[in-house]
Design a protein around this ligand. Structure first.
Ligand code: C5P
Length: 240
């Protein structure tokens, strides 16, 4: 990776110019942040683990009809991806109540709900990614009604596929965050990563938290847990 090709740096990744005009190179870092950058640290080899998990999940999703930005995995920390103009929304899916939803609604973590909840947050570090609704998204010109309908439809399909995959890993997919962007042809494509940084995963047998909450809440065994999730995802991925 050459500094002259450097484009920008996020909290967990560095992005470089790609091999052609419409692609980018994404490098996965070990740095970990939580609570919008208030808590900072390193999870040793997290970049390798998240890069690998995302590769496996993205090829699984692709095989099941979900377009995503991954072109190829170049090495253990590097993805070659379609260049996307990211839609500034964090799309969150909840299968059970946890995290911010448990605060918002005054419900205990693990509370069962009748159907998945989709939330959208406006991506803005300075505003702390505020929770918004469809009206905000459309009125502010972030997305059109049709685009949002497509995003929701695709998101529910992704949720079903991921739930099925993680169940085979003996993990319960409590919630997760995804992002979409527009490619060169204006098509809406799944981008970013899917990893223990962006999902809540609870062990189906013990209920143990197997995700970034171990870092956020100082639960210990952070690195070991990320490696264990990778191990299980690799085993299931091989059979897909
Ligand atoms: O914090 P909250 O409960 O809203 O998070 C819901 C899900 O979205 C969690 O799985 C969390 O890891 C993910 N998330 C994320 N990036 C954010 C906010 C939430 O990956 N900026």
């Amino acid at each position: 990776l050459l500094e002259k090709d450097f484009l920008y740096e996020g909290k967990a990744k560095r992005v470089f110019k790609g091999e052609h005009e419409n692609s980018v190179i994404i490098y996965y870092k070990d740095s970990a942040t939580a609570f919008n950058n208030v808590k900072k640290g390193t999870i040793v080899n997290k970049g390798i683990v998240n890069c690998k998990i995302t590769s496996i999940l993205y090829s699984y999703l692709k095989e099941n009809g979900i377009k995503n930005h991954l072109i190829e995995t170049l090495n253990e920390r590097i993805h070659h991806c379609d260049k996307l103009e990211i839609i500034p929304l964090e799309v969150i899916v909840r299968n059970k109540i946890a995290g911010s939803a448990s605060k918002l609604l005054g419900l205990e973590e693990g509370y069962s709900i009748n159907s998945p909840i989709i939330e959208i947050c406006y991506k803005s570090d300075s505003l702390n990614d505020p929770l918004i609704n469809d009206f905000h998204g459309i009125a502010l010109g972030i997305v059109t009604r049709n685009e949002l309908d497509y995003i929701y439809e695709e998101t529910l399909k992704i949720n079903n596929l991921l739930k099925e995959f993680f169940t085979k890993c003996n993990l319960e997919l409590i919630d997760f965050k995804i992002e979409f962007g527009k490619n060169n042809s204006g098509e809406i494509i799944l981008g970013d990563e899917i990893s223990p940084d962006t999902c809540r995963l609870w062990d189906l047998s013990t209920g143990d938290k197997m995700d970034k909450d171990r870092f956020r809440r100082d639960l210990g065994n952070v690195e070991e847990t990320y490696l264990e999730v990778l191990r299980r995802v690799e085993l299931v991925g091989e059979k897909c």
